[in-house]
Design a protein around this ligand. Structure first.
Ligand code: MG
Length: 164
């Protein structure tokens, strides 16, 4: 059965270590910790990329950009998301809206929320009004609460291109 509307889910976790700034949602946020990973470790763009790919069942970020490939070392996650959006468009879909939750004890996202929404909107070719972004803490529990990790959860709704 073909369906014009589909939904995708993405999730990602990265370790936080001393240093900074924190790359999140395609921008650099002043912070005394940075996320660690094979690429630029942008946990939010990784989760969005997986939500976009998952919505059209196109695979996942690890298949597109294996962390065993040296060419992906330090790669800008904006490139990965752009490639996923291109693949989605080629498959006949456009993004309707994206909703994101970032889980981190710190930093507070509110100051940076609009800048991140604008950047995500640019990369996914939607209006910023169609990008939701919320920050949640770990309520001082577990690895989240100790500020050892940062996580993101994202859903993405897509729609089939209308026929000419
Ligand atoms: Mg990741």
């Amino acid at each position: 059965m073909n369906c014009n509307i589909r939904i995708g889910l993405g999730h990602d976790t990265h370790r936080l270590e001393s240093g900074g700034p924190l790359r999140l949602g395609g921008i650099d946020i002043p912070f005394d910790k940075q996320a660690v990973g094979h690429s630029d470790a942008d946990v939010l763009l990784h989760a969005i990329t997986d939500a976009v790919l998952g919505a059209a069942a196109l695979g996942d970020i690890g298949e597109f950009f294996p962390d065993t490939d040296p060419v992906n070392l330090g790669r800008d996650s904006a490139e990965m998301l752009s490639a996923a959006v291109d693949a989605l468009h080629s498959a006949g879909y456009t993004i309707v809206n994206i909703d994101c939750v970032v889980l981190a004890e710190r930093p507070k996202l509110l100051l940076h929320r609009q800048a991140i929404r604008n950047r995500i909107a640019m990369l996914t070719q939607v209006d910023p009004q169609n990008v939701g972004l919320k920050g949640k803490t770990g309520e001082q529990t577990g690895a989240l609460g100790r500020n050892e990790i940062i996580q993101a959860i994202v859903v993405c709704l897509i729609s089939a291109h209308s026929q000419p």
